[in-house]
Ligand binder design. Structure first.
Ligand SMILES: Cc1cc2nc3c(=O)[nH]c(=O)nc-3n(C[C@H](O)[C@H](O)[C@H](O)COP(=O)(O)OP(=O)(O)OC[C@H]3O[C@@H](n4cnc5c(N)ncnc54)[C@H](O)[C@@H]3O)c2cc1C
Length: 319
């Protein structure tokens, strides 16, 4: 994953920050994500998953009304906290229309998660750190051969590089670039929470804050841009109630592997048997990835049917 960390929130679109209905399948996805990260934490004695509510700031009167409607809807009872009047939150955040809490949220320390798993796979001799060349993958009976390796199944988890995959490149992936910043400030102090006011702001480490993210479907160069940095810095000044000196310590960019129907891509190639794909995690890999991995595992090893909503059989383009 290209991003340093990731939010697993309930009812805010982490990309646009706009109100939306409760996230697709979140009541199934979050328990599996929580279970997976806990298991990794227990196995490797690290902390990678931080449960933190999101404090979402209303931008106008319509937002306040929408919040009230959601609070009266029992479907939202497990994800929505109470409304707090303007000024009830930390002074450092500009609060003109009040705020409310989104429960069942958190963030994943992706760098630590990836480092931990890399180390484990290196130690167990199951990790080869090199570019995969699709042209070298050859079928032979029920097996696929790649150099000296042979396997009955190959699972491609390539993100937006799927466009270079000759078997799966017809799947409708619609990448969306995003940028984030790590900021340092000696004067900004915020209690632990994820603050969301058009963009999210996360107190991250002592004197450090993360802000994100931009959204761009036109520029598909994964490099960070000056325009992205300027947009995020401007958002930071708009979120905060006072001026703070904000030093940019890191500027990251990546491509979200989004799909045309906003559902993941899971399953076996209809013709080239033994080749599988796990992709299309969009802007929610941290919450969606664990359940998709579980489903694909159960499908392959225990013959469990895939959820038709994520099964690539919904597209005829591969047959
Ligand atoms: C700015 C931004 C903010 C985001 N915020 C959130 C968020 O708040 N919450 C959330 O859940 N998600 C968020 N996401 C989305 C999240 O990052 C993705 O959903 C997730 O990274 C998808 O994971 P993936 O493993 O499928 O693909 P990727 O993370 O793209 O990983 C694919 C990997 O495959 C490798 N690869 C590809 N081709 C080859 C090859 N030929 N040989 C060897 N290696 C190869 C790539 O190098 C890469 O490491 C955000 C994304 C961006 C860009």
């Amino acid at each position: 994953m290209p991003n340093a960390w990731s939010v697993a929130a309930g009812i805010i679109n982490p990309v646009t920050g706009r109100w939306m209905t409760k996230s697709w399948n979140i009541d199934t996805l979050l328990p599996e994500a929580t279970r997976t990260y806990s298991e990794i934490e227990n196995t490797f004695k690290v902390q990678v998953y931080y449960r933190l509510p999101v404090r979402r700031y209303c931008q106008n009167d319509e937002d306040i009304k929408r919040c009230g409607r959601r609070q009266r809807n029992p479907r939202y009872a497990n994800v929505l906290g109470g409304y707090a009047d303007a000024g009830a939150g930390p002074d450092a955040i500009l609060d003109t229309h009040g705020s409310f809490e989104i429960l069942l949220a958190g963030y994943v320390d992706l760098p630590l998660l990836i480092q931990t798993l890399h180390k484990h796979f290196q130690q167990t001799g199951t990790w080869i750190d090199q570019r995969f060349d699709h042209a070298q993958l050859k079928a032979d009976g029920n097996h696929w051969h790649y150099g000296a390796m042979s396997a009955s199944r190959v699972i491609f988890c390539e993100g937006t590089a799927i466009k270079e995959n000759p078997w799966f490149n017809k799947l409708p992936l619609t990448p969306a670039k995003g940028e984030t910043l790590i900021l340092r400030s000696e004067t900004l102090h915020l209690p632990p929470s994820i603050y969301h006011s058009t963009k999210w702001l996360l107190p991250y480490q002592p004197q450090r804050f993360r802000i994100g993210a931009t959204y761009d479907e036109a520029d598909l160069d994964p490099a960070p841009t000056e325009a992205g940095k300027a947009e995020l810095l401007q958002a930071a000044t708009q979120i905060l109630s006072e001026d703070h000196h904000l030093k940019v310590e890191a500027h990251m960019a990546g491509l979200r592997p989004s799909t045309s129907d906003a559902r993941p891509l899971l399953g076996e190639h209809p013709i080239s048997k033994g080749l599988f794909v796990l992709n299309g995690l969009g802007s929610k890999g941290a919450s969606v990835g664990p359940e998709m991995s579980r489903q694909l595992f159960e499908h392959i090893f225990n013959n469990e049917a895939l959820d038709p909503e994520v099964d690539i059989q919904r597209f005829e383009s591969l047959a």
